[in-house]
Design a protein around this ligand. Structure first.
Ligand SMILES: [Zn+2]
Length: 81
């Protein structure tokens, strides 16, 4: 399994249960999230601190969806395992 920027599933509602399912299928997810301190740190690491998935920033984009915490999303990130 690896990052595939040409073939991914776009998730804009912050549903991490759904994201987890898609990642388990070996697919790449493009997720809309709110870029807070935790996510910024994860982007520097290249992975989520809880080991959930690898992560890479695609772009900052205001109101591109809703984050898992309910805040408006302002960035799009690739997630993969
Ligand atoms: Zn959030």
């Amino acid at each position: 399994m690896s990052l595939d920027k040409n073939n991914y599933v776009h998730v804009t509602n912050g549903d991490f249960k759904e994201i987890d399912k898609i990642l388990n299928e070996g697919k790449t997810v493009l997720a809309a999230l709110e870029c807070g301190e935790k996510l910024k740190a994860s982007l520097e690491e290249g992975k989520m601190s809880n080991g959930f998935a690898n992560v890479e920033l695609k772009e900052y984009k205001d109101n591109c969806g809703t984050c898992g915490c309910g805040k408006p999303a302002n960035c799009l990130v690739y997630l993969w395992r």
